[in-house]
Design a protein around this ligand. Structure first.
Ligand code: GDP
Ligand code: MG
Length: 162
């Protein structure tokens, strides 16, 4: 089965997106062997396509340095497992050095990536999101994981790649 991993620095909304993609059908994490506390796994089916979704970043870093180390480690593991990576960015905070770190990891991998700019709750953030072209990317999906905007578009793009 295809594996879709959600990566990104802390606080961009990865877990909110994970829950949004699960909807009501929250799968039990313990069903997956070898699961670490740091990563959440769920079985999701959209457009009749089942895939395993991984959320990363379930740690509480002791410091900023420690946060970057853990983010790199976890992102790397998830990217290795993934057939498709959702790289989540924060449309309210804009581009940060931690985002650049994740982007660098992804450049070293050959896995396909969907760039997802979250927290685009209104037209103001939509304009600001243009800043993410600074990552050298051709396109991104603007969403609001909290309110649901753009989720159908994202799901269509995920399923088109599986
Ligand atoms: P994670 O650390 O990447 O897993 O991020 P979380 O999913 O825990 O979300 C971090 C914060 O961003 C929480 O306070 C969320 O409520 C908030 N958040 C998530 N998605 C959205 C969104 O679409 N819009 C806004 N305004 N806030 C959001
Ligand atoms: Mg989280």
């Amino acid at each position: 089965m295809s594996v879709v991993a959600i990566v990104g620095r802390p606080n961009v909304g990865k877990s909110t997106l994970f829950n949004r993609l699960l909807g009501e059908r929250k799968a039990l994490v313990e069903d997956f062997p070898g699961v670490t506390r740091d990563r959440n796994y769920a079985l999701v089916t959209r457009h009749a396509k089942p895939f395993t979704l991984i959320d990363t970043g379930g740690f509480e870093p002791a410091s900023e340095d420690r946060m970057l180390v853990q983010m790199r480690e976890q992102s790397q593991l998830a990217i290795e497992e993934a057939d498709l990576v959702l790289f989540v960015l924060d449309g309210r905070a804009g581009l940060t050095p931690a985002d650049e770190e994740v982007a660098a990891l992804l450049r070293q991998s050959t896995k396909p990536v969907l760039y997802v700019v979250n927290k685009v709750d209104g037209p103001q953030q939509e304009q600001a999101a243009a800043e993410f072209y600074g990552l050298g990317i051709e396109s991104f999906v603007a969403i609001s994981a909290e309110h649901g905007q753009g989720i159908n578009d994202l799901v269509n793009q995920i399923c088109a790649q599986l």
